[in-house]
Design a protein around this ligand. Structure first.
Ligand code: ATP
Length: 320
């Protein structure tokens, strides 16, 4: 394979730039050319791309966001759109494609592979950690660390005023950000989309912590489970505590990637190009039990994400 394309798609995630760098540099190392496609599948359909050199990816390893920009593209869901994408690839002699994004983006890659025979490799780039086949997705670690920084600050002021802080984090269908941020920030309670919550039980846990000498509480809620404002209001009405809501919001998507995310980016990007170089496509890369793996893209997108109940129980045992 002499020429490959690269795009970032779906929601952005810290570490995407570092992955772009790893893909471009590895490809150049193996004597391959790389075309960077702008704004995900939209750029592919509209033929918006640039040739990427060694220096095109200088000074980006530490930057959040994606220099290729990203977009959601409805046209890619149609056969017509997919045909346009394929004709752009053919026009430029691009033989394989690396797609950095979440499961939706992988479905786009799968369509190009299944219906048109274009070899594609998916790199999991999403803060949600909502893909079952990989232990971690790119951007998740940075997003959780951003949440921790904010929760640490909230804890200071909640303690002074003896309040309850309800902190909303991202995660529409997957509670991993809430779970990991909850455990590592010392939150007493997390509310996730995977488990129905019981307000009486939550109040009982808060009362118990207060009677054992605690002055404040942290409750981390995932956006897919409840809304922090509504939840705080309900809790305020049912108790005598002072409750405050904070929605962390889009801050979670930005920022310089952590070491863990930069390392994943380097390994995922490198592995993706090595596969294409060997003529292997239709795969996604990931990490499992500390090893970089690759898996059939169709198998990967059909796996249902499992919630880690053991970690949830751990939180309940150690945070009180
Ligand atoms: P995130 O997890 O951050 O939301 P994502 O990759 O899952 O990222 P989506 O919006 O679901 O984000 O998908 C990104 C893009 O992938 C879509 O806008 C569309 O262009 C393409 N895509 C999604 N699903 C399909 C599909 N079934 N067939 C073809 N293309 C698809």
């Amino acid at each position: 394979m002499k020429r490959i394309g690269l795009l970032t798609s779906g929601g952005d995630a810290p570490g995407m730039n570092a992955a772009i760098r790893a893909v471009v540099r590895t490809a150049i190392y193996f004597g391959m050319e790389v075309y960077g496609i702008e704004r995900g599948y939209s750029g592919l359909i509209e033929d918006k791309m640039m040739s990427m050199e060694m220096r095109s990816v200088s000074d980006i390893v530490q930057r959040g966001g994606t220099l290729l920009r990203t977009a959601r593209c409805l046209e890619m869901l149609t056969t017509e759109g997919q045909k346009k994408a394929v004709s752009t690839l053919e026009k430029h002699g691009i033989e394989g494609l690396v797609v950095i994004g979440g499961d939706g983006s992988f479905r786009g890659a799968k369509a190009l592979t299944e219906s048109f025979g274009i070899p594609t490799i998916g790199i999991p780039g999403t803060i949600d950690n909502d893909l079952q086949y990989t232990d971690y997705t790119l951007g998740f670690d940075t997003a959780v660390n951003t949440c921790l920084e904010i929760i640490n600050k909230l804890r200071d002021t909640m303690n002074s005023h003896e309040r309850i802080s309800v902190v909303e984090v991202m995660g529409r269908h997957c509670g991993d950000i809430a779970l990991y941020a909850g455990i590592t920030s010392g939150a007493e309670i997390i509310v996730v989309p995977e488990i129905a919550y019981d307000m009486d039980d939550i109040i009982m846990r808060i009362n118990r912590s207060r009677s054992s000498g605690k002055h404040s509480n942290i409750i981390v809620v995932a956006e897919g489970a409840t809304n922090s404002e509504a939840f705080a209001k309900q809790l305020q009405e049912l108790t005598t505590y002072s409750v405050r809501a904070t929605n962390i919001g889009h801050v979670q998507r930005g920022g310089s990637p952590t070491m863990a995310d930069r390392m994943l980016a380097a390994q995922f990007g490198n592995k993706a190009v090595r596969l294409l170089k060997d003529g292997i496509g239709n795969r996604v890369v990931g990490i499992h039990n500390n090893e970089i793996i690759d898996m059939d893209i169709i198998e990967a997108v059909s796996m249902k994400k499992h919630f880690n109940y053991e970690l949830y129980e751990t939180l309940q045992m150690i945070s009180m």
